[in-house]
Design a protein around this ligand. Structure first.
Ligand SMILES: Cc1ncc(COP(=O)(O)O)c(C=O)c1O
Length: 398
């Protein structure tokens, strides 16, 4: 008789976003005609720039001609795109070979799947609060022990390496949900820890193009010694608005060595995993990706990022003016609002919804240390963001 994977029962469930939807729906039904202003969504809203649309159309047109038609491509991705990404790393003064880069359909699947190449008894460290995929994917795979690295106001929402020995460490910088960005020295402490204990860092850099401060690292490979201990996962989603198009990549350096493996073996393992379980990213998406990396594409994507970061600035300055304490939003599209004394995350979520008709994301949904915070996002339309802030100013009672 077939039985289910009982680990599904150990997951916290889709509690956060389904509960937000439920409470918002109840409010809307009780208050018909009231406009709900969403300040919490992590989804992109702006159209793709012209150069990228041209690239995607080029991909479509190639499929219409027998001479240029392609079916399945290489599971590892189009070599032109792998080379273009390798060139992108060169601009960061980082040497990553095209064969170390695996194109995928996004950072979420890669960050969920990467655990599959590590032993089931691996001890896993994650930040608290955390992007839930890192935790849930490891629970489903029956990894027995998860260690939490607290991120609080006291440490600027930046974790410190665990006090005990762990095998895998997930880091996300710029961070979802807190908007905090790790400095070089903070990242170096993790690289030193990983090299010392032969641990592997899984570095999610999905928001790295939102870093404006040039002293902050966009890639973990900007830290000396990281190629022997770190895998980097990245995405075209927030960089180029590919949330619906779907394209990402993972770097597994040849130098990455685990207990009992030789140089190149971990890279080969991920290659084996991908060739077995994945059939390659969309050829149309990859044509689009190539144009993202072109000079015009980068300039146009930067304009969209500037727009979102303009939103972040407006949210930040307006809320600070109103007397709130706000973190993040300077090198990241997320803002971490400290909730006024006396409210829980959900309590303040309700107050904001009922009084100002604004929807945020309760920080407690990302982990224990998220309690007392609300995640706000800069990905909305400017006019909606302004409406939301005006409503908070006008309608939120002290
Ligand atoms: C930290 C982080 N990683 C990955 C993703 C998802 O990336 P993708 O759209 O490439 O799957 C998100 C999306 O919200 C994210 O916040």
């Amino acid at each position: 008789m077939a039985t289910i994977n009982k680990n599904f029962k150990k997951l916290a469930g889709n509690y956060l976003f389904s509960e937000i939807a439920k409470r918002t729906k109840v409010f809307s039904e009780e208050n018909p005609g009231v406009e709900i202003l969403r300040l919490g969504i992590g989804n992109t809203t702006q159209p793709l720039p012209p150069t990228i649309i041209k690239g995607l159309l080029h991909g479509v047109k190639k499929l219409a001609d027998v001479k240029t038609y392609t079916g399945y491509g290489d599971e590892q991705g189009d070599m032109r795109l792998r080379e273009a990404l390798s060139d992108r790393y060169k601009k960061l003064a980082v040497d990553i070979e095209p064969l170390e880069i695996f194109i995928s359909d996004g950072a979420k699947p890669d960050s969920a799947n990467i655990q599959s190449i590590f032993a089931a008894d691996s001890v896993v460290a994650v930040a608290d609060p955390v992007y839930p995929v890192y935790v849930d994917s490891n629970i489903l795979a029956d990894k027995k022990k998860i260690v939490y690295m607290p991120c609080t106001q006291g440490n600027g929402f930046i974790p410190s390496p665990p006090k005990t020995k762990v095998d895998l460490v997930y880091l996300c910088s710029p961070n979802n949900p807190t908007g905090a960005v790790m400095r070089r020295a903070q990242l170096k402490a993790f690289v030193d820890y990983a090299n010392k204990f032969k641990a592997v860092i899984i570095f999610d850099a999905a928001y790295c193009e939102y870093i404006y401060d040039k002293s902050l690292p966009k890639s973990i490979y900007q830290i000396a010694g990281s190629q022997s201990c770190a895998i980097e996962i990245n995405s075209f989603s927030k960089w180029a608005g590919f949330t619906g198009v779907r394209l990402g990549w993972t770097v597994v350096p040849t130098d990455l060595v685990l207990d009992g493996t030789k140089k190149g073996e971990v890279n080969a393992l991920w290659n084996r995993r991908q060739t077995t379980m994945f059939n390659g990213a969309s050829n149309i998406a990859q044509e689009g990706g190539l144009t993202v990396l072109s000079k015009n594409g980068q300039r146009e994507c930067q304009k969209v990022i500037d727009y979102y970061m303009g939103n972040a600035r407006i949210i930040r300055t307006s809320l600070i003016k109103m007397g709130f304490e706000v973190f993040g939003g300077e090198n990241a599209p997320y803002l971490w609002l400290k909730i006024p004394h006396g409210f829980t995350s959900w309590g303040f979520f309700d107050k904001l919804l009922h009084q100002a008709h604004v929807v945020g994301t309760p920080g407690s949904g990302f982990g224990q240390n998220g309690e007392g915070y609300l995640r706000l996002s800069a990905f909305g339309h400017r006019e909606n963001i302004k409406k939301a802030l005006n409503s908070i100013k006008k309608n939120l009672k002290p």
